[in-house]
Design a protein around this ligand. Structure first.
Ligand code: NAD
Ligand code: 0WE
Length: 259
């Protein structure tokens, strides 16, 4: 019996086998959780269907977080399967590609800023609100994925930094708001991992090399390591932990000078 047995989790953010959300789903399934998935659009449906099947889940619902109607429809459909669930995983982030290269000052326009904030930060609160009626009797837990760019400047991460800062702040406000019902809200700040969202990012390979050199563990992290830490944070083993940002980054963030 795993430490998530008897728990039901909704996983938002699987796009491929490399997605961090997929590694989280695998760890959750290993620990005995029952899973439901969402897919962003028709193009991704069959891929997520296939992935869901591997964790014995037959729940896969369309969800575009930029649309209130899509959020409403998604949770209405979920209601046909589950009256309640325990865990919401939010593993969603996006900014227009042009905004993620070059000088921050030049690359940051109003439209890109608003898209990055909407998809990467606001969606956590929107999904938490929709999930609340399902979770409120079950002392559930919400988890999101952040990155060091929330609190440090990182070349080319640009406006995603302020979006992750808003996301991490939302974790604290949601934790305070939902704590009364026993619902915990946390983030994992992951080190760089080669996923779809990282592909095509200029200099990503150099970044992986730099991390491995500087991080206390002298290597990069795996998506499975994020999955395992997620399983812990969303389980009763972490019942005293809320409003936190847990770094799963081989220790990179604590380094000042790596000799
Ligand atoms: P990914 O591309 O596999 O996942 C991003 C997900 O966001 C995709 O599933 C995509 O469908 C979803 N998404 C984007 N726009 C959406 C919308 N409008 N509606 C619904 N879903 C939408 O990449 P990933 O690296 O697994 O990213 C997952 C999370 O992890 C993101 O929040 C990212 O910022 C964070 N993160 C990634 C890394 C990394 O190096 N890969 C490091 C730290 C944090
Ligand atoms: O949060 C992320 C991914 C952010 C991201 C990446 C893309 C590329 C493709 C958001 N939107 C898009 N839009 C696209 O069109 N990470 C933590 C991974 C990441 O992305 C970077 C990084 C790191 C690390 C971008 C620049 C610099 C570093």
């Amino acid at each position: 019996m795993g430490f998530l047995s008897g728990k039901r989790a909704l996983i938002v953010g699987v796009a491929s086998k490399r997605s961090i959300a997929w590694a989280i789903a695998e760890s959750f399934a290993e620990q005995g959780a029952e899973l439901a998935f969402t897919y962003q659009n028709e193009k991704l449906k069959s891929r997520v269907d296939e992935i869901a099947e591997q964790t014995d889940s037959n729940i896969n619902i369309e969800l575009d977080v930029t649309s209130d109607e899509s959020i409403e429809n998604c949770f209405a459909e979920l209601k046909n399967h589950w009256d309640e669930f325990d865990i919401l995983v939010h593993s969603v982030g996006f900014a227009p590609r042009e905004a993620l290269a070059g000088r921050f000052l030049e690359a940051t326009d109003r439209e890109s800023w608003s898209i990055a904030q909407d998809i990467s930060a606001y969606s956590l609160t929107a999904l938490s609100r929709a999930a609340y009626p399902f979770m409120k009797e079950r002392q559930g837990s919400v988890l999101t994925l952040s990155y060091l760019g929330a609190v440090r400047s990182v070349k080319n991460y640009n406006l995603m930094g302020p979006a992750k800062a808003a996301l991490e702040s939302s974790v604290r406000f949601l934790a305070a708001d939902l704590g009364g019902e026993g619902i915990r809200v946390n983030a994992i700040s992951a080190g760089p991992i080669k996923t779809l969202a990282a592909s095509g990012v200029a200099g990503f390979r150099e970044m992986l090399n730099g991390y491995a050199e500087m991080a206390p563990l002298k290597r990069n992290i795996t998506a499975a390591e994020v999955g395992n830490a997620s399983a812990f944070l969303c389980s009763d083993l972490a019942s005293g932990i809320t409003g936190q940002v847990l770094y799963v980054d081989a220790g990179f963030n604590i380094t000042g000078f790596a000799g």
